[in-house]
Design a protein around this ligand. Sequence first.
Ligand code: ADP
Length: 319
Amino acid sequence: RVVVVGSFNVDHVWTTATLPRPGETLGGRYATGPGGKGFNQATASARAGAATTFVCALGDDPGGELARRLADADGIDLRAQRSDEPTGTAGIYVDGEGRNSIVIGAGANGVLSPAHVAAQRDAFDAAGVVLAQLESPPAAITAALQAARAGEATTLLNPAPANAPTTRELLALADILTPNETEFAGLVTRHVGERIDGDAVTALDQSRLHALCRELLPAGTVVVTLGASGCFVSHAGDALRGDERPFYRLGAEQVRAVDTTGAGDAFNGALVAALAGGSGVAFAAHLRFASRFAALSTEREGAAASMPRRDEVLERFGA
Ligand code: ADP
């Protein structure tokens, strides 16, 4: 079983020619759908074939109802704290070049309590892998990763969004850390004390990347996702997770990407599902499945709604 702890948002997306400037009123194509990093990743995990529990906080409103209905449709075991706050929302503008501006109303996500998380002990005890992100209060994330460790599950922390606060203590609760380039650059600048630029990460020498990863998470595995350039993996020397090499690059699949929103969520959800499903398989094999799953998700619009299913991934790319 996989347990995902995190956010649910109702996304409101306006596609406009240009992003609105202060005082400006624009018209645009509108779409709404489910999102939030936690729910996107839980949906990916369930569709990738893992029995999945999602721990979150929802308002008593239509957004909360939507979350319950969708979780049910994907067979997700939903453990929602009921909140007086509204269900989380995201207002997203996307311009003609695919650039975006986003405002998040955390609402209920912002009050997810450590007590509600800790009360799901049966799920943590049954879990092979537990996944969290940083769109929830730090105390709730800490409670989740500690409950996971107590139940001997593997912990995976996706340190997103990039502007969320982090401490070394929180990072150290992760067996596997999965930043994208921007998040990796921020973490290295904050916690390793070396200023690096997100745009420069893909071009960095692999042994240098490995050294930075080792400083960031000395005892764990770091997977830096690099968008269409794939990902970089760095293991602690004594925990190669079935791989032959302590560090390597894995290329992305060639697809016709139309919307890369949620690619990272697809990758994380599919990776935990693969890890929970297959022991005795090299980490690189799980990564390859996650990368194929994420690539397929970019061929469709939407966040949670764009997640493919395991059989579609196998059909497209083979086993
Ligand atoms: P985020 O969405 O968090 O910024 P990335 O953009 O790094 O994350 O994407 C996560 C993973 O999704 C990548 O490591 C890659 O495997 C896959 N991916 C993302 N964009 C593409 C793309 N254009 N083509 C193929 N795979 C992609």
